[in-house]
Design a protein around this ligand. Structure first.
Ligand code: NAD
Ligand code: TDX
Length: 332
């Protein structure tokens, strides 16, 4: 049994990871989370208090981080400002958390010799054209487009430098787009599901042709546990489940699964600098570490996700109106 520190464990992917750890391992978990607008204490509701503890705090608070690292065997670092649209509106918190926060964790890992796994995104590689058959691999050059993805790229490079210069025991993973329960309504899939539930037409940016490579959050979690267990220090692993779909296909599937009419959506103002296509080649993770996704059926995973939003309006409703006002002010 190990003591895990999970930063950002009250967010979407972090809380799914904590739940997955409780259900599939003996590890004890301390969550360090600032509970920003994106963090939600109730995403950890129902988990056993003997196994999961929440500390409200900032990853950039060096004294707090130092105290927590002293009592930890391994750290999984999810905490981030995570939304591209917000980063176009106000980039500063992205630098503070994604860059400075990661730096503070690396310095603590260096002092305490703590094993660290850094969670990152496929967006660090920029985007691919629709007619380009290639996919991202661990050797694709970094070429981020947005303030969000550039700060994630910066954080990855800090991790690599701390591994090489100071011998920090770290690994990195870059995952594709996640879906599942507990995702904030600002993000594409929950926004459209909750729009339909509220009688609002789904909103597609631009022509809706942009492609994302979808993976269920539980498959992301199993991949991260696999890397913690068997990953080679200093290595980067791409995580993906061969789930490429364009945004129009996803909205059409949501409409169909929710019993709404095909074509019942609006095309709205495009995102500035909108990445066209992401696609992950996860061969290294599958071949070297023996990982495989358990939820490859997107329609099945989406059906369960829709049901979760139907059943949990009390979780998402408090954020819905403010989120829609933010988008409406931008013609989205
Ligand atoms: P999220 O926005 O849902 O959650 C982020 C969490 O971090 C929140 O609980 C928030 O309160 C917390 N946080 C923010 N700033 C903090 C700070 N300074 N100190 C402590 N806690 C802080 O994000 P998510 O979608 O769950 O993403 C989690 C991680 O996974 C991020 O690092 C993101 O880059 C990465 N990622 C996300 C996706 C995706 O599809 N959502 C895909 C690949 C990688
Ligand atoms: O209302 C919308 N309409 C729309 O067409 C929204 C909110 C989004 N979109 C489009 C933009 C993207 O092409 O849907 C796609 C997905 O958008 P987001 O959910 O904002 O995700 P994305 O920008 O692809 O980034 C996500 O995956 C990689 C996460 O938010 C990141 O944290 C992760 O790194």
């Amino acid at each position: 049994m190990s003591r895990l520190l999970v930063t950002g464990g009250a967010g979407f992917i972090g809380s799914n990871f904590v739940r997955y750890v409780v259900e599939n391992t003996d590890h004890e978990v301390t969550v360090l989370d600032k509970l920003t607008y994106a963090g939600n204490e109730s995403s950890l509701k129902g988990l056993p208090e003997a196994r999961v503890r929440l500390v409200r705090g900032d990853i950039a608070d060096a004294a707090l981080v130092d105290e927590l690292f002293a009592k930890t065997d391994a750290v999984v670092h999810y905490a981030a400002e995570s939304h591209n649209d917000n980063s176009l509106h106000d980039p500063r918190p992205f630098l503070d958390t994604n860059i400075v926060g990661t730096y503070v964790l690396l310095e603590a890992a260096r002092r305490h010799g703590t094993r660290l796994h850094h969670i990152s995104t496929d967006e660090v590689y920029g985007d691919l054209e629709l007619d380009d058959p290639s996919r991202f691999t661990e050797s694709t050059p970094y070429n981020p487009s947005s303030p969000y993805s550039s700060t994630k790229a910066g954080s990855d490079l800090l991790v690599r430098a701390w591994v090489r210069s100071f011998g920090v025991r770290a690994t990195i993973s870059n995952c594709s787009n996640n879906y599942g329960p507990y995702q904030h309504v600002e993000k594409f899939i929950p926004r459209q599901i909750t729009n339909v539930l509220r009688g609002i037409r789904p909103k597609l940016y631009g022509a809706g042709e942009n492609v994302r490579d979808w993976i269920h959050a539980d498959d992301h979690s199993s991949a991260v546990l696999t890397i913690l267990d068997k990953g080679e220090l200093g290595e980067t692993y791409l995580i993906g489940a061969d789930g490429e779909k364009n945004n129009k296909q996803v909205v059409e599937l949501i409409l169909e699964l929710m019993g709404a009419s095909s074509g019942d959506y609006d095309l709205v103002t495009d995102r500035a600098g909108h990445d066209m296509r992401y696609a992950i080649d996860s061969s290294k993770l599958r071949t070297d570490l023996g990982w495989a996704p358990a939820f490859p059926d997107f329609a099945e995973g989406l059906t369960a996700t829709i049901q979760w939003y139907r059943d949990n309006e009390a979780w998402w409703a408090p954020a819905k109106d403010a989120t829609e006002r933010f988008y409406a002010a931008r013609g989205q």
